[in-house]
Design a binder for this molecule. Structure first.
Ligand code: G6P
Ligand code: ZN
Length: 545
């Protein structure tokens, strides 16, 4: 008797994938057929997947387990030959990318809502990654959305659940389900890129200590295996290392606000030498020294400048890239190295073509994302290991490394001011007002500052020639000083206005200023040209990073 079931269904509104797939409340995903409709819409837009391999895993948040069982049965009913699934349904986002690439899989499905809170009242998400290990191109996600609007049936095998707690092969109808260790392929890749014996010696010296905050999310098992087992860091180095379905009620976003426990530990005079954290699905990172915060923009520049000290990048970098709002610190490094630096719109997907075409080796964003050509996602633990490798080779503190970098390349004072949940119309009005002011702003003097150029950033992809417009208003002054206004593409309530402020200071005697003080004149100018208070009704930003 056939176990294949063809289930009649009707479309759901709003299954439009955003920057990182479809993200909704868990309660939405729990509606009968909701997940199934979307998964069938993915499968209906693939070609050549019959008999092929799919990679499947998630960040372990609430609803991960039932969702994985459903997707397995649908993959079998849709003709996949094999699914590689992480034990207990776990796989970090960069690990999915690594497993797809290593096994030359057809593609993969990641279940995550990144750093959004989890639990029965939290968020859930699903996204499809292609055979290069990176998020599906917009052409595909648009097609998936179109299918979700007309879907009338989906295919699923009526078979019992697979026990995902045991490694090894299972049969699900005609399809093989291979439960894999979620960590080993990824950890092997890291061991190949970084000098593990040197890092191990650093831990063995007893003169160095670190703390990694997994924020009760996916990176716990990865960090324990890599840091505590393979690199010999003392147990307890990884804090909050047990992935919990509700992330312990926390908000696993590695920044100074949400990782405050770690920040407090690092701010004590007797605190560890090195601190780091990653987010819900393991693709973001925050780097800290004792009483020292490394901005993501500086971190990218420092990794690029020192890449040759790391085995995986010893041959040098083909080029680098940063998103437009990310500070130009890495540009200075690229200039010195004589390599290309690409400026892309916000969003990791814009690095994909550059990486595939080998135009760049490293890339990063101000939003706590850093990565390289080793996978096609940003990678939190990779950045942490890169820093560990540098610390082991240079035998300096985090602060010393950063200060030396500034002395050599100059310092890009940089800050982001966020105005969250402002009225969407008011935010749009503010952006339009800025665009309307381009004519009068051009060449205008504000004290010592003169506007050199102002525009709405647009990007032509050098690989496929595609053009992306309306990516943020830039007001550029001399010598790398600039203000950027942009509306967040990831907010869920109202609009979030982001104001990015940057000024370049080459003089080492002026590298010890407080960032907000160094930017005070620009902050005032942003208010003046953007009319932020009047238009948003906000006296000050909700978050300053
Ligand atoms: C996600 C993407 C990043 C992007 C960030 C920007 O995390 O993965 O690539 O930089 O969103 O968010 P925003 O809220 O500024 O649009
Ligand atoms: Zn993430």
């Amino acid at each position: 008797m056939s176990t294949l079931k063809i289930v009649k269904t009707t479309p759901f509104e709003g299954q439009k994938p955003g920057t990182s797939g479809l993200r909704k409340k868990v309660t939405e995903f729990q509606k009968p057929h909701y997940l199934e409709n979307f998964v069938q819409s993915i499968f209906d837009n693939l070609q050549g997947h019959q008999g092929a391999t799919l990679v499947l895993g998630g960040d372990g948040r609430y609803h991960n387990k039932p969702a994985i069982q459903t997707i397995l049965k649908m993959a079998a009913a849709n003709g996949f030959g094999q699914v590689l699934v992480g034990r207990d349904g776990l796989l970090s986002t960069p690990a999915v990318s690594a497993v797809i690439r290593k096994n030359k899989a057809f593609g993969g499905i990641i279940l995550s809502a990144s750093h959004n809170p989890a639990g029965p009242d939290g968020d859930f998400g699903i996204k499809y990654n292609a055979g290069n290990g990176g998020p599906a191109a917009e052409k595909i996600t648009d097609a998936i959305y179109a299918s979700s609007r007309t879907i009338s049936e989906y295919r699923i095998e009526d078979l019992p659940d697979i026990d995902l707690s045991l490694l090894g092969e299972n049969q699900l109808g005609a399809m093989k389900v291979k439960v894999i260790d979620p960590v080993s392929d990824y950890a092997d890749l890291m061991e190949h890129l970084f000098d593990f014996s040197r890092i191990r010696a650093l831990f063995d010296s007893g003169l160095f200590s670190m703390r990694f905050d997994a924020m009760s999310a996916i990176t716990g098992p990865y960090a324990r295996e890599i840091l505590e087992r393979r690199l010999g860091a003392p147990s307890g180095t990884v804090m909050r290392g047990e992935p919990l379905e509700d992330f312990g009620g926390g908000h696993p976003d590695p920044n100074l606000v949400y990782a405050h426990d770690l920040v407090e530990i690092m701010n004590s005079a007797s605190g560890p030498d090195f601190g780091a954290a990653s987010d819900g699905d393991g693709d973001r990172n925050m780097i800290l020294g004792r009483k020292f915060f490394v901005t993501p923009s500086d971190s990218l520049a420092i990794l690029a400048a020192n890449a040759m000290l790391v085995p995986g990048y010893r041959m040098g970098l083909s080029g680098v890239a940063r998103s437009m709002p990310t500070s130009a610190a890495v540009d200075k490094v690229a200039e010195r190295m004589g390599i290309e630096c690409y400026e892309t719109p916000t969003g990791w997907k814009f690095f994909g073509n550059l990486l595939d075409a080998r135009k760049i080796t490293l890339c990063g964003e101000e939003s706590f994302g850093t990565g390289s050509d080793h996978v096609r996602e940003k990678d939190g633990l990779w950045a942490v290991l890169f820093w560990l490798n540098l610390l082991a080779v240079k035998q300096q503190s985090v602060a010393q490394i950063v200060r030396e970098h500034w002395a050599k390349f100059g310092r890009n004072y940089y800050s982001r001011h966020d105005y969250e949940e402002v009225d969407a119309k008011a935010a749009e009005g503010l952006m339009q007002h800025l665009r309307d002011s381009f004519g009068t702003l051009q060449g205008k003097r504000f004290g010592a500052l003169q506007v050199k150029q102002c525009d709405d950033f647009s990007y032509t992809d050098p690989v496929d020639g595609s053009v992306t417009t309306g990516q943020g208003v830039r007001i550029l002054f001399d010598n790398g000083t600039r203000i950027v206004f942009r509306l967040s593409g990831t907010g869920t309530v109202g609009a979030t206005l982001r104001v990015y402020l940057e000024t370049y200071q080459p003089d080492p005697s002026k590298h010890d200023m407080d960032t907000q003080q160094a930017l005070a004149q620009l902050i005032q100018l942003a208010e003046e040209v953007g009319q932020i208070r009047a238009r948003t009704g906000r006296e000050q930003p909700t978050v300053i990073t």
